[in-house]
Ligand binder design. Structure first.
Ligand code: ZN
Length: 402
């Protein structure tokens, strides 16, 4: 039986044995390598039933068993793991700058990857067409076909032209992109927001013990995703950019959402760019004047270059952005108390940005010793969104609400 056949039965069957098989496989997938005793405890099954079902999962080729655990005298305990090669997952991140494709096994290890630079102002449809062609050749190079794929996850976070109605565009584009990918490959396609995918990759690969994970990215816009587990639940789609509109200053800068003092106006890349330009206009000295001949040319790349050259204006603007971002994160921790906050996006690895965020949060929370939230930087990897896209395929194949 094919793996997609088994998973589709896992998802749709009301049969109690099939549902127990699914529960066990999911536990092994997420927590393996794991002992039978722990499994029967977590799944609330008696030992004999659990052993019988584990045999069946082995016969289906879904799991493997190995004597790898610590011996406590006598026989070594058996540890169960998912058979990672039972199927493949594909993750695609569509972006206006660099799009990424990854092929993964069921443990989400990246087996092959490819990065494509956007040619210019391509539409998401044209970009996806190119990416699907590249995915098919990537499969061929790895002696695989679309039959080996359990599904394709697509993160569609392309930047729209200013003033576009993202919601209306998404209502039209998301089904269109899904249909394009499904008819071209014959695979099941899961499409969603990159920030949710990256949060899922962080959770599955590095923070699986977390019960409340807050993931945020600081780029041209500030986004966030919250994961509550288990089973994994996300915030509703379309709410990814809400965090960027947290009010930080009642009398602050005007925001495009209509209110004042939103986080985006202080900590996003665009906010930093505006601050830098203001200082230059006032005639403050900066290496930027030697990097560009016109104010119009000041983009993020120029600012990053100036940061590398320790430019004081850019360093101060970045520090200020980090301070506001840290305050917004501290506010979130105070009200929501996540166990982990993961900071990602382009700005987090820049200069002292993350250190300032950490320091600001620590200062704000100094009086709340009972709050033990950890703040960590995200994977510094361009593959993380597409890795999460693959993880989302598994998630949706196993979810009870297709
Ligand atoms: Zn706003």
């Amino acid at each position: 039986m094919t793996l997609s056949g088994i998973l589709s039965e896992f998802r749709s069957s009301k049969n109690s044995k099939t549902r127990k098989l699914k529960t066990l496989w999911q536990l092994i997938l997420n927590d393996g390598p794991i002992r039978a005793e722990t499994l029967s405890e977590k799944a609330n099954m008696n030992g004999a039933t659990c052993a019988r079902l584990l045999d069946e999962l082995s016969r289906l080729g879904l799991i493997s068993a190995a004597e790898l655990g610590q011996s406590t005298g006598g026989r070594k305990p058996i540890l169960y793991s998912v058979n990672p090669d039972r199927g493949r997952l594909a993750g695609i991140e569509i972006s206006n700058i660099y799009s990424t494709i990854v092929l993964q096994n069921l443990k989400l290890d990246v087996l092959a990857t490819c990065k494509i630079k956007a040619a210019g102002q391509e539409t998401p449809q044209v970009l996806l067409e190119r990416l699907l062609t590249r995915l098919l050749s990537l499969l061929e190079e790895n002696h695989l076909s679309t039959d080996d794929l359990l599904g394709i996850g697509i993160a569609a976070d392309y930047t729209l032209p200013p003033g576009s109605d993202r919601r209306a565009m998404n209502d039209y584009l998301i089904p269109l992109l899904r249909e394009m990918a499904e008819s071209r490959t014959g695979c099941q396609v899961t499409i969603g927001s990159g920030v949710n995918f990256a949060a899922l990759a962080e959770y599955r690969l590095r923070h699986k013990e977390s019960r409340r994970l807050f993931f945020t990215t600081c780029d041209a816009e500030i986004r966030s995703s919250t994961i509550l587990s288990e089973p994994v639940r996300f915030m509703p789609p379309g709410s990814e950019n809400a965090f960027g509109h947290m009010t930080l200053d009642l009398h602050g800068r005007t925001c495009e959402c209509g209110s004042f003092g939103c986080l985006n106006q202080y900590s996003s890349l665009e906010a930093i760019r505006k601050t830098v330009i203001q200082h230059l206009r006032r005639g403050k000295p900066s290496v930027i004047t030697s990097l560009v001949s016109d104010e119009q040319e000041i983009d993020y790349h120029v600012i990053f270059k100036a940061l590398e050259l320790a430019d004081p204006i850019c360093t101060d603007a970045l520090e200020e952005a980090a301070y506001y971002y840290g305050l917004a994160i501290a506010n979130t921790i105070l009200s929501f108390q996540p166990d982990v906050v993961v900071c990602g996006g382009t700005l987090t690895p820049k200069h002292t940005f993350f250190a300032t965020v950490q320091k600001t949060v620590a200062q704000k929370l100094a009086g709340f010793l009972q709050i033990n939230t950890r703040i960590v930087p995200a994977f510094d990897s361009y593959e993380v969104v597409s890795q999460g896209a693959g993880a989302m395929v598994l998630e949706s194949l196993l979810s009870d609400t297709p």
